[in-house]
Design a protein around this ligand. Structure first.
Ligand code: HEM
Length: 409
């Protein structure tokens, strides 16, 4: 990227985002070879190459997209969803971002999460023990969804029995984070936003009347003594954490298990050597990630290999493309649980001040869930392959039928 280059700037190619829906990895690879970025719509660009994606996360000429910009870009109608997206700390910058992120940062600190590893394993063991034997079932719903939903409920202090119910609303609301807003599903997404709002608001109000020893009580009592943000904003931030903590890990874990079950040698290696598990988790999140792109906005002109972008352009940093870029990974289309060229910071969680608050939680949930299956249901067999849909934002996973033989304990 050289903003001082003298050559005449070219225009990025405008593509129909729908054309990326079929075989998105292959399509992204073709586009990445052709040019550093493509245009998705007015003022909206997909950045494809690792050499640009990685530095742009923290480039001083970019910042996080602001909630109201996100709402305007996607022409999201007024309502609870639009207010939620406008207020979310994910979509804010500077002091406003720090103040809201700090409400949660301590509770999700890496040390606290590492200490919770045993508890996470106990949740995963319990779920694996409850899985049906001898019949076919959907792994996404019955296992992959449950560990993250139950753990986020434990951490916040929500009743465990509510996890399934709020998770369904969360999956609907998560659709709002696609790079192209699915207007045809707007009513469903808006309803989910309203229902989650009512649910979280009620839970916070219950803590005022009857405090408990949990994060929601701490949040509401801090809010009472400080009130630097409106109560509505507190509710929105909790919803943001519930979404971050559920959908992404569910899809990532299901895809990881599907990739491994298609590779019996890897599965056998993991059974005999559990030290390979963290590498397998890293590789699953690289190979077919549950978050495919991360938004940023330019604050100054930027030139990409002869293409100029003005300030105010919305960039989608395609981590999905960058993590298959041969400039960064050796044989990037090979799934390799022993890969030793992962950068120290996995870019699927973002880089910089917005780096995922739950990166360690997600990692431990996946590691312990995988260990629990390898130990208690190693003969699990894949009957239908899931697909990770979409080329950016939060991607959606399709169902995945599996069967555990009757003979397994
Ligand atoms: C595989 C699982 C996950 C993936 C791939 C993922 C990915 C991401 C990404 C890409 C970002 C934005 C980074 C940026 O803009 O630079 C993010 C932010 C965030 N994530 Fe996650 N995440 C995962 C799991 C979780 C979990 C378990 C939680 C639970 C707490 C969580 C909570 C959040 C929150 C609250 C933010 C906003 C952070 C901020 O803006 O400061 N995520 N995540």
């Amino acid at each position: 990227m050289d903003e001082h280059a003298l050559s005449i700037a070219a225009h990025p190619r405008l593509i129909d985002p729908a054309s990326l829906n079929d075989a998105p990895h292959a399509r992204l690879a073709e586009l990445r070879e052709e040019a550093p970025l493509v245009q998705l719509g007015p003022n909206h660009y997909l950045v494809l190459r690792a050499e640009h994606v990685v530095p742009l996360f923290t480039d001083p000429r970019t910042r996080q997209i602001e909630g109201p910009e996100f709402v305007a870009l996607h022409q999201i109608p007024d309502g609870t969803l639009a207010r939620f997206l406008s207020d979310l700390f994910l979509f804010s910058n500077g002091a406003a971002h720090r103040a809201k992120r700090n409400l949660f940062a301590r509770s999700f600190a890496h040390r606290i999460m590492r200490e919770a590893r045993g508890q996470i394993r106990a949740v995963a063991d319990g779920i694996v023990a409850s899985l049906p034997r001898g019949v076919s079932f959907d792994f996404v719903d019955s296992m992959a969804a449950r560990v993250p939903a139950e753990m986020i409920a434990v951490i916040l202090g929500l009743p465990a029995c509510d996890a399934k119910c709020f998770a369904e609303r969360v999956y609907s609301l998560a659709r709002a984070f696609a790079p192209i807003y699915p207007h045809e599903h707007h009513q469903e997404i808006e309803n989910a936003a309203g229902e989650l709002y009512d649910y979280v608001e009620e839970q916070l109000c219950l803590r005022v009347a009857a405090p408990k020893d949990d994060l929601l009580t701490a949040l509401v009592s801090d809010w009472h003594s400080d009130r630097s943000i409106p109560f509505e904003s507190l509710v929105f931030q909790v919803i943001g954490v519930i979404i971050g903590g559920s959908d992404t890990t569910r899809a990532a874990f299901a895809m990881l298990v599907a990739l491994l079950l298609q590779r019996p040698d890897d599965w056998a290696a993991l059974r005999s050597d559990p030290t390979l598990i963290p590498g397998a988790v890293n590789e699953g999140m690289r190979y077919d990630p549950s978050v495919g792109s991360i938004p940023r906005v330019t604050t100054a002109p930027i030139r990409f290999d002869g293409i100029d972008l003005p300030p105010g352009a919305v960039l989608r940093l395609s981590t999905m493309s960058a993590m298959r870029d041969p400039a960064l990974f050796d044989e990037p289309d090979r799934f390799d649980i022993r890969r030793n060229d992962h950068p120290r910071l996995h870019m699927v969680f973002g880089i910089g001040p917005h780096r995922c608050v739950g990166d360690m939680l997600a990692r431990i949930e996946m590691e312990e869930s995988l260990a629990a299956i390898l130990e208690a249901a190693p003969e699990i067999a894949l009957e239908t392959l899931p697909e990770m849909l979409g080329f950016g934002g939060l991607r959606q996973i399709t169902p995945m039928q599996v069967r555990i033989p009757q003979s397994q304990p």
